[in-house]
Design a protein around this ligand. Structure first.
Ligand code: GLU
Length: 421
């Protein structure tokens, strides 16, 4: 059996192929030469499986889809509070290149419009614009799993006509939001926009975000969970420029578009997606890209507001490990967030008081959130108070707790067979 997903993606592309609406971006002269017929789609699951269709090897410039990643680097380096002093998180309702600041704070409204993005670019920790763009290129390359490069033609082309972004830069320098030469910063920002990607690269990068900052291919933690959360929140509210409300209701996937025709989407805990088609609507978003994302969201239920309940399936099985029925195993699967841990503790609550051992088998747990850990530790203390012994099977070391709050030792085992019985 071959999975039908690639055929499904190809059929989505075929259905959108006839849509000829929109126009090529022309304010970056080089983009006006793009082939308007290119069309591509890629989807990556959070365990790293990538499906793609259409012109999936075709490289195009990342443009504004670089903004969430520059924001992520700034947040990771400076912390959320410090970055908030420079750039807000409110949707602007204005065009992406509006020359405006928040009237109260005198700072850019959010990091997805150019004024905010130029500011977050300046917060990437490196000395010059060129080095900051390089830092972002290296970061994206690591997540894409290959060395990305810059499109020098697109870069030079945008530099020649960068009057608007330069004026934004000067304005930001005037009010003190930028703290060094605005020309160097704007040039670095334009260079970061010229990083070349394919839809497969983008889907793969997006899957790191969908996976809470852990790269599914390498297991490496690329970003803190809180940083990922912050970036995705801003993407859902501000990522699609002045069409953000429409996007949230119809597609419901945190996303960012770029004027070369790409759209990148991250559905937390589920998938990363990327589409490409160069013709844009009046907001600067890819026309066919939007149609494809709408179809994916509708056909595959990929909408943020269609949360999938996982609490009911957290306890996969309950059995005795020994013939004397003294060791009861709770076999768990999935993630331990509030709702799952609540369900687990409510199930364990029904344990008879007779002293026996309780094994929490975390072998198939993929993630333990902070709240899950705290609740579990509290539950363990209460079980011990009821004269139970609690053992934890945790081959991947996810639980990361040696003692409970009351100082009880948490007994860890690498696998279920290691438990003496
Ligand atoms: N480099 C473009 C600019 O700053 C990116 C705009 C976009 O993709 O929306 O104007």
């Amino acid at each position: 059996m071959k999975t039908p997903v690639p055929d499904y993606l190809a059929s989505v592309l075929a259905r959108c192929d006839a849509n000829d609406g929109g126009a090529l971006a022309d304010y970056i002269p080089e983009l006006a030469h793009a082939d308007p017929n290119k069309l591509a789609l890629a989807l990556s699951t959070i365990d790293g499986e990538i499906y793609s269709a259409g012109d999936d090897q075709y490289e195009f410039s990342i443009q504004s889809m670089s903004k969430p990643f520059a924001y992520a680097l700034a947040l990771q380096h400076h912390g959320i509070e410090k970055v908030l002093e420079k750039v807000g998180v409110e949707p602007s309702g204005e065009a992406f290149n509006q020359i405006s600041l928040d009237s109260h704070s005198n700072t850019p409204k959010n990091p997805m419009i150019n004024s905010g993005a130029i500011t977050t670019h300046s917060l990437i920790p490196a000395e010059t614009g060129e080095l900051r763009a390089e830092k972002l290129r290296a970061f994206l390359s690591e997540m894409a799993g290959r060395e990305l490069s810059f499109d020098e033609e697109v870069y030079q082309s945008e530099l020649k006509t960068a009057y608007r972004n330069l004026s934004i830069g000067y304005m930001l320098r005037t009010v003190g939001v930028l703290e060094s030469d605005p020309v160097d910063i704007v040039e670095g920002y334009i260079r970061q926009c010229a990083i070349k990607v394919t839809v497969k690269d983008l889907a793969r990068i997006a899957s790191v975000f969908a996976n809470g900052g852990i790269d599914p291919h390498t297991g490496k933690c690329m970003l803190d969970r809180m940083v990922v959360r912050q970036v995705l929140s801003v993407m859902i509210s501000c990522g699609m420029y002045d069409a953000a409300g429409d996007w949230l209701t119809t597609v419901g996937i945190p996303a960012k578009s770029g004027v070369a025709g790409g759209i990148l989407g991250v559905l937390p805990g589920q998938v990363g997606v990327a589409v490409f088609s160069p013709k844009l609507d009046e907001h600067g978003n890819s026309v066919r890209g939007i149609e494809i994302m709408e179809r994916l969201s509708q056909d595959m239920g990929l909408h943020l507001m269609e949360g999938t309940p996982s609490a009911q399936t957290i306890v996969q099985g309950i059995y005795y490990l020994d013939e004397q029925k003294q060791i009861r195993v709770y076999e768990l699967r999935g993630v331990l967030q509030f709702t799952e841990t609540e369900m687990l503790l409510r199930t364990i609550q029904q344990e008879p008081d007779a002293p026996h051992s309780i094994v929490l088998d975390l072998s198939h747990i993929t993630l333990i959130h902070d709240v899950g850990r705290r609740m579990l530790l509290e539950g363990i203390d209460r079980l011990i108070d009821d004269a139970h012994e609690v053992l934890v099977v945790d081959p991947d070391g996810l639980f990361k707790a040696e003692t409970t709050d009351l100082g009880h030792e948490v007994k860890h085992y690498a696998n279920i067979q290691a438990i003496p019985h």
